[in-house]
Write a protein that binds this ligand. Structure first.
Ligand code: UDP
Ligand code: MN
Length: 328
């Protein structure tokens, strides 16, 4: 299957870590498709070298440099920088069909059957299920579609400021036209859903094939102790969310860290996460920084932007207590 590929995007070294773990998880589950990563110009040499080893194709997308319609669109809408970079996946016309996966996704089983689906197939967004989540989607590369997407972007912008808003506006028939384009939620199970519908997670969570670490806190934002195999900041005792986080860290520390070390030789290398360095890995894991106290209005705003502090103040237990107090 050389004309079909999984595609991801990493514009900086943090997301590159995610892309590395994603590639490792796809290979571990024996995908028969090619792996492609789009990278931005700010990725370090060491990260690039590792990505070259793990991916079949590494494509640099420097929109500012490109002089094409994307550059033009970017000048009109500088706020949509990363969005335009993601849309670049439609230019991969040497593939007949692709599956885009965010760099913050992790594959738990072989998902090659996604290639049986048509453009644009995606799973519902847990926050607004009439919109699809753009963390995992099936598409057909086409310069024609790419140009239309860019034009749509410049004319209509993005209602959420990112690619998900643009893509939902452009593929607006998704919600109602063809149920075959609705991917089951197990192909893009966002970790936030665990907290918003815990009973469903308990019933169906074990079927998950792709977990999506959607939101502000990414797996690489935590710290890990490879000796004890624990992730620090793991406060949600009742859910299995930490299991996925542990799976991510287990792949990262066993496969990615040695490759990054190898690329970097004896030079100190900033992994962007202190716990990834061997000396620190052996020390007791540092405690998480205490988040600044937010006003009720600020918390509400964050919640509405999908940034619930669901391991802290907005944890399921706290919500349950609040509801119980109201009901009394
Ligand atoms: N991304 C990137 N650099 C950035 C932000 C995003 O490369 O600075 C890419 C990356 O592939 C990421 C995707 O765009 O997974 C979507 O962003 P993110 O996952 O942070 O959004 P969320 O899923 O949390 O809404
Ligand atoms: Mn994501």
């Amino acid at each position: 299957m050389t004309d079909q590929a999984f595609v991801t995007l990493a514009t900086n070294d943090s997301y590159a870590k995610g892309a590395m773990v994603l590639a490792k998880s796809l290979r571990d589950h024996k995908t028969s498709r090619k792996l492609v990563v789009l990278i931005g110009p700010h990725i370090s040499e060491a990260s690039r070298a590792v990505l070259y080893k793990m991916y079949d194709e590494v494509r640099l997308v420097d929109l500012l440099d490109s002089g094409d319609s994307a550059n033009l669109a970017l000048m009109k809408r500088p706020d949509l920088g990363v969005t335009f970079t993601k849309l670049h996946c439609w230019t991969l016309t040497h593939y007949s069909k692709c599956v885009f996966m965010d760099a913050d996704t992790l594959v738990l089983a072989n998902v090659d059957e996604l290639f049986d689906r048509e453009e644009l197939s995606a799973a519902p967004d847990p926050g607004w299920p009439d919109c699809f989540n753009s963390g995992v989607f099936v598409f057909r590369p086409s310069i024609d579609t790419y140009s239309k997407l860019l034009q749509y972007c410049t004319e209509h912008g993005s209602f959420d400021g990112g690619d998900q808003g643009v893509l939902n506006g452009f593929f607006c028939g998704w919600a109602t036209e063809d149920i075959g384009k609705h991917l089951p939620f197990i192909y893009n199970m966002s970790s936030i859903a665990i907290y918003t519908y815990l009973p469903a997670f308990k019933e169906y969570g074990s079927n998950a094939k792709v977990v999506h670490f959607l939101g502000k806190t990414k797996p690489w934002s935590y710290t890990y102790d490879p000796k004890k195999k624990t992730v620090k900041g793991n406060v949600a005792e009742a859910s299995t969310h930490p299991t996925f986080l542990l799976e991510w860290w287990s792949l990262y520390s066993s496969c990615v860290v040695p490759m990054l070390h190898h690329e970097h030789g004896d030079q100190p290398f900033d992994y962007g996460c202190s716990s990834c360095e061997e000396e620190v890995l052996q020390a007791p894991p540092p405690t998480l920084p205490i988040p600044p106290t937010l006003s009720s209005a600020e918390r509400k705003q964050r919640w509405e932007q999908g940034q619930a502090d669901y391991l802290g103040t907005d944890a399921f237990d706290n919500i349950e207590k609040k509801l119980a107090a109201f009901l009394k």
